[in-house]
Design a protein around this ligand. Sequence first.
Ligand SMILES: O=C(O)Cc1cc(O)ccc1O
Ligand SMILES: [Fe+2]
Length: 419
Amino acid sequence: MAELKYISGFGNECSSEDPRCPGSLPEGQNNPQVCPYNLYAEQLSGSAFTCPRSTNKRSWLYRILPSVSHKPFESIDEGQVTHNWDEVDPDPNQLRWKPFEIPKASQKKVDFVSGLHTLCGAGDIKSNNGLAIHIFLCNTSMENRCFYNSDGDFLIVPQKGNLLIYTEFGKMLVQPNEICVIQIPWVFLKGANGLANPRDFLIPIAWYEDRQVPGGYTVINKYQGKLFAAKQDVSPFNVVAWHGNYTPYKYNLKNFMVINSVAFDHADPSIFTVLTAKSVRPGVAIADFVIFPPRWGVADKTFRPPYYHRNCMSEFMGLIRGHYEAKQGGFLPGGGSLHSTMTPHGPDADCFEKASKVKLAPERIADGTMAFMFESSLSLAVTKWGLKASRCLDENYHKCWEPLKSHFTPNSRNPAEPN
Ligand SMILES: O=C(O)Cc1cc(O)ccc1O
Ligand SMILES: [Fe+2]
């Protein structure tokens, strides 16, 4: 496949026409009586229409048929998708999952939607206030099937294999160490330069197919936590041109310009925030998406790994590749961990012993590694699949802290010099 092209930028007003139909965007208005190429005009909104212009999100799509051209939706089997946060009793323990297993295509073909497994979440689906973390375990492309989510937006973090994602705005290739967002008014941090830079966000360009699939194209919708399917006769990827500021995008994590302590102490991981999904409370996120990229550690007289902590927030972590600095073993690529509200956690015993003894010098941290975290103000509930059916829960996680011993020296204030 030819290399895909993208538009670069974050939150801009963009426009794109499939090169096969030059002039397909109406000039000077959104709703001509007849659109160029006899297309239909359709708006997709991502904010209430009353939002001030500065926060208003919407796009205009010019398409062969409007998306309403489908048969009625009917309920389908949810598989492992749930929004029931009371499936199992609450569990405040530190939880860690071994790498989730991707089923073998030779045994069972599973596409993105049938491979969605809800791991944890919180909130009320009907008031559009909440968060769910799903693990997608798939081995097959969506064939004449597509998916949209009425309950929220996806931030997708692939760990293994490439995702070629067809959206109504065009195609995106998303590979491990890249993320994509479909499609949400996430914001990124303040400041003119550094951290995630706006030009590194890539938006697809318009691409359409005029493909008939008589009665055979299935549109799947997640609505109020349930899955529904509707049939239609044509491919929904029939948008010839679009303009607007509500678009999907991808971002390569290698472009994150890392900022770190250059004096002393371990800074809190807000410095590693790539994107934030805001709540209505200023400064408090439904979820921050945070990464722990390769960087230099140079802090003087400092215990450099993460500190021990208990947070009012919940922390779900995953590892794309390499080793996480606070846990050399046990936390593996493709696995995950959940440290819930006020649940204590921090470096394992081995990490503590080494980092409190090592002679400090400038040092590469996490080379070849990429860990990520969703930091949420919601108290996340784990699903039955997460606790049991996934069969990946690491029953021994707590043991990584068991060897921690007291180093208290009541009669000597001064710590021994590191060797
Ligand atoms: O728990 C973790 O490993 C994530 C984390 C990393 C860090 O550098 C500081 C705080 C924090 O929660
Ligand atoms: Fe933490």
